[in-house]
Ligand binder design. Structure first.
Ligand SMILES: *[C@@H]1O[C@H](CO)[C@@H](O)[C@H](O)[C@H]1NC(C)=O
Length: 176
């Protein structure tokens, strides 16, 4: 019995160790009134990562809406599994109810040079080679397959009715 358990554990470790994520077809738009910089996918020894290097030009406070949509490819179309709207001036993304967003936010914190909660002060912001490596809890959580991720963000300052687009991002992620 113990032997079977040991083999099962060894196999699942092996399976985790062979998990990879590949990012592709990244595109993004930045509102130049708010933010200037670049976002890119880097491939280093077959490890895919996403980096950001940007300057935030004005203070972001009031309401900052982040709208992530995660879709999984099922047959020939991408079906949204997560489609949220969250105000990071009110809610810490690492504490949201949705477990996928919570995990990604907790993971993202390791790669960013800033706090995830608004307000965001003007200054230089970086995301250093965000990746999802094979010893990450997310790998057990996300079924293998092809995903599309899009994130839109809008700012609404105190006492204003205007929603200003700050940034939008779209990419594919294949978990293999
Ligand atoms: C990524 O872009 C290439 C080139 O434009 C395209 O052929 C491919 O279908 C795109 N991939 C996905 C998953 O849409």
């Amino acid at each position: 019995m113990a032997r079977y358990i040991a083999v099962a554990i060894a196999l699942s470790i092996l399976e985790m160790a062979t998990c990879t994520v590949r990012f592709s077809n990244l595109s993004y738009e930045l509102n130049p009134e708010y933010i200037k910089g670049t976002i890119n996918v880097k491939i280093d020894k077959e490890v895919y990562s996403i980096g950001l290097n940007a300057d935030v030009l004005k203070r972001i406070d009031g309401m900052f809406w982040v709208m992530p949509v995660f879709s999984k490819k099922i047959k020939d179309s991408y079906v949204p599994l997560v489609d949220l709207k969250l105000d990071t001036c009110k809610t810490d993304p690492t504490l949201v109810e949705n477990p996928v967003i919570r995990l990604i936010a907790a993971e993202a914190k390791k790669f960013v040079s800033f706090g995830l909660m608004c307000p965001y002060e003007p200054g230089h912001y970086t995301v250093n080679d965000f990746t999802i490596d094979n010893n990450n809890a997310m790998m057990n959580f996300i079924p293998k397959g092809s995903y599309h991720v899009s994130i839109n963000t809008h700012h609404q300052s105190f006492g204003s009715n205007d929603l200003n687009k700050v940034m939008s991002l779209s990419f594919y992620a294949d978990f293999e």
